[in-house]
Design a protein around this ligand. Structure first.
Ligand code: PEP
Ligand code: MG
Length: 580
């Protein structure tokens, strides 16, 4: 038995026979003579076209089977294959002599070099996309060598073990036989992990020693593997005791899940009957199903970046209408809050070039992009108005600092509406609001709240901008508690301004999904909380365990507390738990 540790990438417990999947073999390159150069260039162009067409066909078939998110991966790969940059870099490498290569060597080298550049950008999400570029390069090289990239099947329910899985291979695995995924390499933001989470397949990544531990077994019988996608534990050839331990955990996980779904029917209200509306944060339309199962009363934050990242051209209006409408139809009669694009210098987008900035989080981010790229936002707003014919829609702008930004949102929305009207396209009503994530937006809220329907506190950025704590810097973990009295004072200010103007107020930062912090928010007067679906059960239980009067007293006192730690202890004690 080998007990190994990795990083939990998709929760759940799985146990079964391991099937090892090796990456597709890269065909060998050869050197060529001058007379062959023109022919190799031609072959490269043809193979690239075949690869792009293959990927588009896979995308269409996956989309037709009802998996638009998976289809988007193949569409993005087709776009990479068709991208002139990769084709030209590969072509430039074809040549005779030591520097040159045949088309196979050229395309593999060009893909490797692009992948290295992506990894070097210092962005985890883009680094994970390097796998897509390599995947496409290997596909083109395989076609040049006269082969085909195979689709992997599993002949029985199995745990797939690999170093890393190319996205195209992950997506082609039969989901009904894929019990779990254990990868020696990879990261939680890689496609393999994203797909595992989307389809609730337990997964652990970064498991050092995994391939050696499983290699010791006869390939035809394979090793048995047990894994826990929450804790990151992987056991190869579990003995009887370990096997029982995993069975128990699997049972517990099943029971906890059943309990959560059962409890989701209970109202989210305090013991003295103050109701709190619990909403879901989602990042793709596919996340709607789990949120609905856990009784989210709408979407408080639909992050729309998934439509814009990892592609070489912007999403069309029709594509956006389709994505928004899917969510609206799933949640109606409850509202869906679409957040306008929130990207900036930290997330480069090829078709939205933003000059490099020394401090991207203080730079041309989110709504600030509208100064130079208003059309991107108008198109998004047009799509939201069109999706609103299917059910209630709200739209909010990220990174609003003051009345000028609120007016900008209203102007963009008015332009979208006027255009749709002039074109005779049907549109519905959309409530307009802003995210409160820059302290200035709260301090001057009275100057613009009158023109809006709602506001939502983005406590992740509010914390970062209030305490000058970079949200991605692990060295600052001890500073990063949103229960800091300075943040609470700003929230209290936002609640008071919202009451004065009759503006609906909610919270959609991570704070809302932390049961202890959620109690502080209710105590401060917030009655609408939006969070990752997996946080809904814990927050519902916390709210049902307390009295509003107690929360209000604790919240009032916490504004004068000296530290976040003290505030956390105060609210943890109301739940009978010690602070975490
Ligand atoms: C926030 O800042 O709290 C928020 C919800 O937005 P994001 O995390 O997407 O910046
Ligand atoms: Mg934010």
């Amino acid at each position: 038995m080998h007990v190994l540790r990795g990083v939990g990438a998709a929760p759940g417990v799985a146990r079964g026979p391991a099937v090892r999947i090796d990456p597709p073999i890269r065909p060998a390159a050869r050197s060529i003579v001058a007379e062959e150069v023109a022919r190799e260039r031609e072959r490269l162009a043809q193979a690239t076209e075949v690869a792009a067409a293959e990927l588009e066909a896979i995308a269409a078939s996956v989309r037709a089977q009802g998996h638009p998110d998976e289809a988007a991966i193949f569409e993005a790969q087709a776009a990479i294959a068709r991208d002139q940059a990769l084709a030209q870099a590969a072509e430039a490498r074809i040549g005779e002599g030591a520097e040159g290569s045949d088309a196979i060597g050229a395309v593999l080298a060009a893909a490797d070099s692009f992948a290295d550049q992506l990894r070097g950008l210092g962005d985890e999400i883009l680094a994970a996309r390097a796998a897509d570029v390599i995947d496409v390069g290997t596909r083109i090289a395989t076609i040049l060598a006269g082969g085909r990239m195979g689709v992997r099947t599993l002949d029985r329910p199995s745990i797939v073990v690999a170093d890393d899985l190319p996205p195209s291979m992950t997506a082609s695995l039969p989901r009904d036989r894929l019990l779990g995924l254990a990868l020696e390499g990879s990261s939680p933001t890689a496609h393999a992990a994203i797909l595992a989470r989307a389809y609730a397949i337990p997964a652990v990544v970064g498991v050092r020693g995994l391939l050696d531990a499983t290699a010791a077994f006869d390939a035809s019988h394979g090793a048995e593997v047990a894994l826990d996608g929450a804790t990151g534990e992987v056991v190869v050839a579990p003995d009887e005791a370990a096997g029982r331990r995993f069975e128990r955990r699997a049972d517990e996980a099943r029971r906890a899940r059943a309990r959560d779904v059962e409890d989701a029917r209970l109202p989210a209200e305090t013991q003295d009957a103050t109701a709190v509306t619990l909403l879901a944060n989602i990042g793709t339309p596919d996340e709607a199903a789990v949120a609905l199962e856990l009784e989210a009363r709408g979407v408080g934050l639909f992050r729309t970046e998934f439509l814009f990242l990892e592609r070489s051209s912007p999403p069309s209006e029709a594509e956006q209408v389709d994505a928004y409408r899917r969510v609206v139809e799933a949640f109606r009669p409850h509202p869906v809050t679409i957040r306008l694009l929130d990207v900036g210098g930290d997330k480069p987008i090829p078709y939205l070039p933003i000059p490099a900035e020394a401090n991207p989080f203080l730079g041309v981010r989110a709504l600030r992009l509208a100064a130079t790229k208003p059309d991107v936002f108008v198109r998004q707003l047009r799509a939201a108005y069109r999706a609103a014919t299917a059910g209630p829609v709200k739209v909010m702008a990220p990174m609003v600092a003051d009345a000028g930004d609120a007016t900008l949102l209203l102007d963009l929305a008015a332009r979208a509406r006027t255009e749709l009207h002039a074109e005779g396209l049907a549109s519905g009503d959309v409530a307009l609001g802003v995210m409160l994530e820059i302290p200035s937006a709260i301090l001057v809220a009275d100057s613009y709240f009158g023109s809006l329907a709602f506001a939502s506190l983005g406590t992740n950025d509010l914390l970062q901008y209030t305490l000058a704590v970079d949200r991605g810097n692990p060295a600052l973990e001890s500073y990063r508690d949103s229960l800091h009295p300075a943040v609470l004072r700003l929230i209290a200010e936002a609640v008071a301004a919202a009451r004065r103007s009759g503006v609906e107020l909610s919270v959609c930062g991570e704070m809302a999904g932390d049961p202890v912090a959620a109690l502080a928010l209710v105590g401060l007067g917030v009655r609408s909380l939006s969070m990752a679906a997996s946080s809904l059960p814990g927050v519902r239980r916390a709210i049902r365990a307390v009295n509003l009067a107690t929360l209000e007293d604790a919240a009032a006192a916490s504004l004068d507390d000296p530290s976040a730690e003290r505030v956390r202890a105060r609210f943890s004690s109301l739940l009978g738990t010690s602070p975490v």
